[in-house]
Design a protein around this ligand. Structure first.
Ligand code: GLN
Length: 486
């Protein structure tokens, strides 16, 4: 492996700025690495070498002219649920297999304004529904720590690409854990911003009240740099908040003294692997050693209803959002039908995979007359209770800490036949989306050579404290420096 692809974003930027390397050199190293490991990992859906090299040349020109921003000339891979103008955006679905968006998502516009190098798009669970990247209509992605295991999902391709040096950083999306769980499974950093912090314009909608775009990076510093680029108000997204986004690099102080960190007991759930529990407890003790005050007895009793309410709210919103794939407006269209109804039916029958159909059915049922009050409305009420409980916890604590996932990466195929088991993979991450608060997953240790992630949560619009705690922990440990064998 060419050592350039091992660079962190921060380091790559320094070297580009000092003109010790060029963006073309860096991009070529990345493309070589992709060619080397993709046959085994299958993290990418699309790689456009020519376009990447052209963008790198443009970036080099800017740099020569003294115009360099933190992401200028940096190669990146983007989860294939984010619209990229002129570049295929599939959502890993047959439905959008040949869909080329006519516009860029706002986050893409922001990255392009810095002259970033877009190398390609990463594999995911179809329409972001899943926790293992096995629901991709194309192929499953493999975990670089053990090729027989899943990388997590749905942003599995992005997490794998960052972990195995196929990119300098990546973007993912998170509706119930899709950035944090794969980040935890792959030993990288993944941040889900507060709902409304990052524009969703151009993010293909799964569950609109839960979706957020966020960074997946090798280190915490890189995460702050990417947040600086993508956060902020966007008039094109009415749910993005008109607050000023701070300079997140200001939070990178390795200091947790005077911070009070709560440990919500309900997050150490039944069925959690004991190794995972132990590793995260050791990590929490490290934070204590570093000077944080730990409150081991925080309780969030409504947590137990989060999974059930998520699986009413998310499918309900999905069933509405996915109605647009009717064979007329976008993508796949069944051609041999005798009439319109048959065309509509067959387009959905052949265009969507099983999990997507399951969600549409669950959602349609929950929203139907007579059931709406019993299911959807009730789930929304529980949602308010969960949010309130977090608000109360944050009156006493600056942050909360838990495992990111109850298990280490599981085997490919292990949970495919049992959707409920798959859904349980997100018990620790779902409540965060339900409440709309920010959370980050960082590397916290290994169990038999498999990564374990630690999740840090904070009150809305306090990504700074997440980055501060994450940075302090990262400075004091070397988990993030361990790289997969591939
Ligand atoms: N695994 C969860 C689901 O399938 C969350 C996915 C996500 O965050 N996009 O819905």
């Amino acid at each position: 492996m060419n050592e350039l692809c091992q660079l962190s974003l921060k380091r790559a930027h320094q070297l580009l700025k000092q003109r010790k390397i060029s963006s073309v050199e860096l991009t070529k190293a990345i493309l070589m690495r992709i060619a080397e490991v993709e046959p085994e990992l299958q993290a990418c859906v699309t790689v456009d070498e020519d376009m990447a090299l052209k963008q790198a040349e443009v970036a080099d020109k800017h740099i020569s002219a003294g115009k360099i921003q933190p992401l200028t000339g940096i190669p990146t891979l983007i989860k294939d649920v984010i619209c990229t103008k002129g570049m295929r955006t599939t959502c890993s679905s047959k439905m959008l297999e040949n869909f080329i968006p006519p516009y860029d998502a706002t986050v893409m516009k922001k990255l392009k304004a810095q002259s970033v190098v877009i190398v390609g798009k990463t594999n995911m669970d179809e329409f972001a529904m899943g926790s293992s990247t096995e629901n991709s209509a194309f192929f499953p992605t493999h975990n670089p720590w053990d090729l027989n295991r899943v990388p997590g999902g749905s942003s599995g391709g992005s997490a794998v690409a960052v972990a195995s040096n196929e990119t300098i950083f990546a973007l993912g999306s998170d509706t119930g854990g899709s950035i944090r769980q794969p980040a935890g499974f792959c030993n990288v950093v993944g941040l889900k911003p507060t709902y409304g912090r990052v524009s969703r314009f151009g993010l293909v909608a799964f569950a609109s009240s839960l979706d957020q775009i966020g960074p997946i990076t090798k280190e915490v510093t890189d995460c702050a740099l990417v947040m600086n680029a993508i956060a902020g108000h966007d008039p094109k997204d009415s749910t993005s908040v008109p607050y000023h986004a701070p300079d997140y690099t200001q939070s990178l102080v390795p200091e947790v003294k005077n911070l009070r960190i709560g440990i919500p007991q309900e997050y150490f759930v039944e069925g959690m692997q004991s190794e995972v529990r132990t590793i995260v407890e050791v990590a929490i003790k490290k934070l204590e050693e570093l000077g944080a005050t730990i409150d081991w007895k925080v309780s969030l009793p409504h947590t137990k209803y989060a999974l059930a309410s998520y699986y009413l709210i998310a499918p309900s919103e999905a069933s509405a959002n996915l109605a647009r794939y009717d064979g007329v407006k976008y993508g796949f269209s069944y051609a041999d039908a005798d009439n319109m109804w048959e065309a509509l039916e067959k387009t959905k029958q052949f265009g969507f995979g099983d999990e997507v159909k399951r969600r549409i059915m669950l959602g349609t049922y929950a929203l139907s007359a007579g059931y709406y009050d019993a299911y959807y409305l009730k789930a929304q009420k529980v949602r308010t209770l969960i949010r309130r409980e977090f608000d109360q916890a944050f009156e006493k604590c600056d942050a909360l800490v838990s495992p990111t996932s109850p298990t280490v990466p599981f085997r490919l195929g292990e949970k495919l036949e049992d959707p409920l088991q798959m859904y349980l993979s997100d018990v620790c991450t779902l409540p965060i989306n339900i409440a709309g608060i920010p959370a980050v997953s960082i590397p916290a240790g290994f169990s038999n050579g498999l990564p374990v992630g630690m999740q840090i949560m904070a009150k809305p619009f306090n990504e700074e404290i997440l980055l501060q705690i994450a940075f302090a922990y990262e400075q004091a440990t070397d988990w993030h420096e361990r790289k997969p064998p591939i």
